[in-house]
Ligand binder design. Structure first.
Ligand SMILES: [Zn+2]
Ligand SMILES: [Zn+2]
Length: 81
């Protein structure tokens, strides 16, 4: 079973939209879901790292709430794929 709750304002889906529901993973991390299963594919850049969209799966920098201000540039992200 996956426990979930209604999302609060400011809590984000992995696609960057306002989340509608928030799921708690077994490791305690919370993941928002906006109800649209497209992963934000048409929404341009990844809202969390400012780079291209990730598919499949959320951004490695995904957080339920964005820190205040804009996306912070950080070049330490390992190159994947
Ligand atoms: Zn979404
Ligand atoms: Zn990203």
């Amino acid at each position: 079973m996956t426990p979930w709750r209604a999302a609060a304002p400011g809590e984000l889906c992995t696609c960057g939209r306002q989340a509608r529901e928030v799921f708690a993973r077994s490791d305690g991390e919370e993941i928002g879901y906006c109800g649209v299963p497209d992963g934000g594919a048409k929404a341009g850049q990844c809202p969390f790292c400012g780079m291209r969209r990730h598919s499949p799966g959320p951004c490695p920098r995904y957080t339920l709430r964005l820190p205040e201000g804009a996306v912070k540039r950080d070049d330490s992200e390992p190159k994947g794929s």
